[in-house]
Design a protein around this ligand. Structure first.
Ligand code: XLS
Ligand code: NI
Ligand code: NI
Length: 431
């Protein structure tokens, strides 16, 4: 045991308590026939909670963690503290990037050895812990070698280095029984079109993803390969802009049945969408996988990765998750970080506990809306014409016949109310 969380005890569901406790998240509570814990499938993100130093564009480190530094000994201390936090929170999952968990070596080989040592250390901890791996991923955006991209780099050696990195991370994810493998292309994009061959870079990215999918099958990894869309930041423009763009990309490279989406609230907002839009679209395309739960500050216009605290927004998001049939391999990963002034160990626990409570409230509200059924019934009623014979036969007709039908049947379509306010009032009864 480390003494990092020394005065904090394991969180419990105590709805009336004023202590640090869960007030809404009750893992065993049954929601729509399933335990709340199995619906939400919470994960802690190693990078934000244990690797991020608290910097912003105007200032560096604010957090002073005893495990900061690039040695194996400190990486193990970090892992010890991480598993202590997972235990205090009772979360079923965590997620990592290679760079979060291991010290960087002087060569690829040295980094690989460090990584494998820490993977063994984490795997040992997982044997006696409830907390398992939701997903692993490679950080191919922080080190300066990736400044012009990973798979989309103009230098083929960086493509090779990236392929070797993903192979290593996928092997480790597989070994640890991870449920998914994520690819987020933070620098797979460009800073200026003046120096960028967009066609080549997209083809490199497509070939790279095909190689990853082939390798997944070769080693028998049963988890999902997830791409995480984001429109920009750090790159000025990122190729995996949003769900629609990634779907087009997957189609182009024949991967739409192989890859699903990891959708992040803040990225959806940056792309000019709502979270629920991205979720609903992924579901409609058959590529919904998992979510990165966080929140942007709507005034700042960048990815602030705050812990969620807006229940109505989260409720609508889980409504779409439930409409998609819930998570299978996916889950709710808190891709969220403390504010840089929140220095104390208790802040880390409170942030997650609060986020878990907000998600629990959102899930319960979403489930109540589904069980009530009015929202779905009104939506279906709006499209009833398409379920009827006349609507169906239109879709099987041709332009000339449809044109003729308009006159022979004396068609005279009447506008009907979209009832937006009625629906918003209805939602308001549940949130
Ligand atoms: C950054 C991304 C990142 C991915 C994993 O904006 O959200 O944290 O989730 O590489
Ligand atoms: Ni993000
Ligand atoms: Ni993310």
């Amino acid at each position: 045991m480390t003494d990092f969380f020394k005065d904090i005890s394991k969180l419990e569901y105590k709805p009336d308590s004023t202590d640090l406790a869960f007030h809404h998240y009750n893992p065993d509570e049954i929601v729509m026939g399933k335990r709340m814990e199995d619906h939400l499938r919470f994960a802690v993100a190693y990078w934000h909670s244990f690797a991020w130093p608290g910097g912003d564009p105007f200032g560096g480190q604010t957090f002073d963690r005893p495990w900061f530094g690039e040695t194996l000994e400190l990486a193990k201390l970090k892992a010890d503290v991480a598993f202590e936090m997972f235990d205090l929170l009772g979360v079923p999952f965590f997620c990592w990037h290679d760079a979060d968990i291991r010290p960087e070596g002087a060569s690829f080989k040295e980094s690989r050895k460090n990584f494998e040592t820490i993977i063994d250390y984490l795997s040992e901890k997982m044997e006696t812990s409830k907390t398992q791996l939701l997903w692993g991923t490679a950080n191919m955006f922080s080190h300066r070698r990736f400044m012009s991209g990973a798979a989309t780099n103009p230098d083929p050696e960086v493509f090779a280095w990236s392929a070797a990195t993903v192979k290593l991370c996928l092997d480790a994810t597989h070994k640890m029984g991870g449920q998914n493998y994520v690819l987020w292309g933070g620098r797979e994009g460009y800073e200026t079109l003046l120096n960028t061959d967009l066609k080549r870079e997209r083809q490199q990215a497509g070939r790279f993803l095909q190689m990853v999918v082939d390798y997944k099958h070769k080693i028998g990894f049963k988890g999902a390969i997830l791409v995480e869309p984001k429109p920009q930041e750090p790159s000025k423009h990122q190729y995996d802009y949003d769900v629609a763009t990634v779907y087009g990309f997957l189609k182009e490279f024949g991967l739409e049945k192989e890859v699903q989406m990891n959708i992040e609230q803040g990225h959806a907002i940056l792309a000019g969408h709502s979270f629920e839009h991205e979720l609903a679209l992924a579901n409609s395309l058959g590529i919904f996988g998992s979510i990165d739960m966080n929140r942007n500050d709507y005034q700042s216009g960048w990815d602030t990765d705050q812990f969620p605290n807006n229940v109505p927004e989260v409720a609508i998001a889980y409504y779409e998750v439930l409409r998609a049939g819930g998570f299978t391999t996916g889950g709710t990963n808190f891709d969220a970080k403390l504010r840089r002034q929140s220095l104390d160990p208790v802040d880390l626990i409170a942030a997650h506990a609060g986020g878990m409570d907000v998600c629990a409230r959102g899930l319960k509200a979403a489930a109540a809306m589904i069980e009530d059924g009015t929202l779905e019934a009104l939506r279906n009623e709006r499209y009833a014409g398409w379920d009827a014979q006349a609507g169906q036969s239109l879709l099987n007709s041709d332009l000339e016949s449809v044109a003729a039908l308009v006159e022979t049947s004396n068609m005279d379509p009447q506008p009907k109310s979209g009832r937006q306010e009625v629906l918003e009032n209805l939602v308001n009864r549940f949130v």
